[in-house]
Ligand binder design. Structure first.
Ligand code: HEC
Length: 137
C-alpha cells in the first residue's frame, strides 16, 4: 500500500507542468492564490492565517507548505494525525499531500478531528493550496 501511494504521488508530480514556484519553497504551485483566498472562506470557520492568526477550532496554517503535519503552536492535534506524522511513512504537507487531504480529510487521515467534508473540485483545491503557499512563517 505504501509503495502504491509512493508510485501515485510520483506519477502525480510528473503530471504537473512546469509552473511558478511559491516564495521560498521548492514546490510547483499551479493554482491561483487570489481565487484561493475566496475559497478559503470554507476553511475560515476553523482556521486563521496571517500575522495575527491564532489557533481556533483548527490550527494556524501559516508556513504549512513543506512542513511536517502536527507542528503548529498552541493546537491540540488528534492522535490520528500525530501518529501518522510520527509513523515511518510520515506526513509532510506538500501540494500533493494537501490535495489528497483536502479532497476528503476523513478518508486520507482516518480519525482526524477536522470535521470537513472536503473540496470536491481539483482546481479549487489547487487555488487554496496556492493561497496557503503565500503564508510563510
Ligand atoms: C470544521 C472545522 C474545520 C474546517 C472547516 C477546516 N478545517 Fe482544517 N483542520 C481542522 C482541525 C480540527 C484540524 C486538526 C486535525 C487533527 O488534529 O486531526 C485541521 C487540520 C488541518 C490541516 C493540518 C494542519 C497541520 O498543522 O498539520 C490542514 C492543512 C488543514 N486543516 C487545512 C484546511 C483547509 C485548507 C480547509 C478549507 C478547505 C480546512 N482545513 C477546513 C478543522 C477544520
Amino acid at each position: 500500500m505504501i509503495k502504491l501511494l509512493t508510485a501515485l504521488v510520483f506519477a502525480f508530480t510528473l503530471s504537473f507542468p512546469a509552473a511558478a514556484f511559491a516564495d521560498s519553497h521548492e514546490f510547483e504551485i499551479t493554482g491561483d492564490a487570489a481565487a484561493g483566498e475566496k475559497s478559503f472562506r470554507k476553511c475560515k470557520a476553523c482556521h486563521q492565517v496571517g500575522p495575527e492568526a491564532k489557533a481556533r477550532v483548527g490550527p494556524v496554517l501559516n508556513g504549512i507548505l513543506g512542513r511536517a503535519a502536527g507542528q503548529a503552536d498552541g493546537f491540540n492535534y488528534s492522535k490520528a494525525l500525530l501518529e501518522r506524522a510520527e509513523s515511518d511513512e510520515g506526513l509532510i504537507w506538500t501540494p500533493e499531500t494537501l490535495d489528497a487531504f483536502l479532497t476528503k480529510p476523513k478518508d486520507y487521515l482516518k480519525g482526524t478531528k477536522m470535521s470537513f467534508a472536503g473540496v470536491r473540485k481539483e482546481d479549487e483545491r489547487a487555488n487554496i493550496i496556492a493561497y496557503l503557499a503565500t503564508f510563510t512563517e
